[in-house]
Ligand binder design. Structure first.
Ligand code: PMP
Length: 429
């Protein structure tokens, strides 16, 4: 049987790990099957414990833009490991990565490293509250910013997949400080801000929403938020954990030309190791301890292995034409899939920005979570399972983005298009 060992390992894991996984979407629950357990990966491919090979569009949920096991990144991690896994003391590596981040994002005048995207957004929000002296925050339905309490209100990603966007365990008293608006609806945000005058510390958003599929900002949306924040003394937090170094070296802010006061990073910045970062305007960042009173810390923050992987990765991304390659590969896949979709009896909508994309099983253009939620998730599940059988590893949820790496070959893309043709056809009836 194709997935026998994975199924055995899953049964074993479920006895000791809740749901058998350490992060919910990995359980494949919403796509009606069981997870594959991974043995190893290389380049554009990932291999399960049964020896099956897949062309991988998950890329560890975004970090692996160079493909898996890039030799320069592997070497950097190996070299760092021989010098010590962790010191809990400053190293030159941290400053080197911080300077690379500043080159990509000129508005990140100062930056602090953490160990995950969740820590980055949680810390940025505390800092925004401390800096402004205001308690409320505003986020958007379907945007996911990690699992800190104030951000698990109408969240995307796994929370959307499982239909519990507001998690039990988040006190109502706490959640009341989180206002939620419709993505891409500037008028609604303006009304909320007016109704909560001088109470909102920050507006946090994914400048391209990747946790409800792939939803680009409508023209004027980011610009409008920037203007509103400036007028009202609200900090704009660009959560670029997913889009940072993905849609351009300087992320969505470079692409759209709108800058946040604070920026959250993760995924690619760690080259596959656990790293997050938050940074921004100097006057705001200097309110952090030990300079200021807003406390934030981490035993493993700035870990030398993680910094080394991040530095090696970002340097490779600076190569001439890197993002052009990602764009061309993604556009090729887009063209092929759209041709395939045009001949199929199912309604699909393809959305993409650079190397992140999504096929929605709906006939409408997706601007918000309400639009994304019109997708036929059951059809997506069948499509997903068929693609897996064909050797294509997609994110196991309709509400996630797919990611291109520079390691994906023309042959990989052609195989993916052929597999999609077959899989769409299997949805008939
Ligand atoms: N923000 C965004 C935009 C994300 O996509 C994610 C994770 N997918 C996070 C924050 C949280 O990051 P982590 O899973 O590393 O905690």
């Amino acid at each position: 049987m194709r997935y026998q060992k994975s199924q055995e390992l899953f049964a074993q894991a479920q006895k000791i790990i809740p749901g058998g996984v350490n992060s919910p979407v990995r359980a494949f629950k919403s796509v009606g099957t069981q997870p594959i357990f991974i043995e190893r990966a290389a380049g554009s491919k990932i291999y399960d414990v049964d020896g099956n090979e897949y062309i991988d569009y998950v890329g560890s949920w975004g970090p692996m833009i160079l493909g898996h096991c890039h030799p320069k990144v592997v070497e950097a991690i190996q070299q760092a490991a021989t010098k010590g896994a962790s010191f809990g003391a400053p190293t030159a590596l941290e400053t080197e990565l911080a300077e690379l981040v500043n080159q990509a994002y000129p508005n990140i005048e100062k930056v602090r490293m953490v160990s995950s995207g969740t820590e980055a957004t949680m810390s940025a929000i505390r800092l925004a509250r401390g800096f402004t002296g205001r308690d409320k925050i505003l986020k958007f339905d379907g945007c996911y910013h990690g699992h800190a309490d104030s951000l698990l209100v109408k969240a995307g990603s796994g929370a959307a997949t499982f239909g519990v966007p507001t998690s039990p365990g988040v006190p109502a008293d706490f959640a009341k400080y989180t206002l939620t608006a419709t993505y891409n609806d500037l008028a609604e945000v303006q009304q909320m801000v007016a109704a909560n005058k001088e109470e909102i510390a920050c507006i946090i958003l994914e400048p391209i929403a990747g946790n409800m599929g792939c939803v680009p900002p409508r023209p004027g949306f980011l610009e409008g938020l920037r203007k509103l924040c400036d007028a009202e003394g609200i900090l704009l937090i660009m959560d670029e954990v997913m889009t940072g170094f993905r849609v351009a070296f300087g992320g969505a802010q470079e692409r759209y030309g709108v800058r946040g006061d604070l920026v959250c990073l993760g995924k690619i910045i760690g080259g596959g190791l656990p790293v997050g970062a938050f940074g921004g305007r100097r006057d705001i960042m200097d309110v952090l301890s030990p300079l200021g009173g807003v406390y934030q810390a981490g035993t493993l923050s700035g870990n030398p292995l993680a910094m080394s992987a991040g530095i090696a990765t970002l340097k490779l991304l600076q190569a001439e034409g890197f993002y052009q390659q990602i764009e061309e590969k993604s556009a090729y896949l887009e063209k092929g899939l759209q041709q395939v979709c045009a001949t199929q009896p199912v309604a699909t909508r393809w959305q993409r920005v650079g190397g992140m994309f999504c096929t929605y099983f709906t006939d409408r253009e997706v601007f918000s979570f309400a639009d994304a939620a019109t997708s036929d998730t059951e059809a997506f599940g069948r499509f997903f399972r068929s693609m897996l059988d064909e050797g294509i590893n997609l994110a196991p949820s309709q509400f996630e983005a797919g990611f291109m790496s520079v390691a994906h070959s023309r042959e990989d893309l052609d195989k993916t298009i052929a597999a999609a043709d077959k899989s769409f056809a299997s949805l008939k009836g």
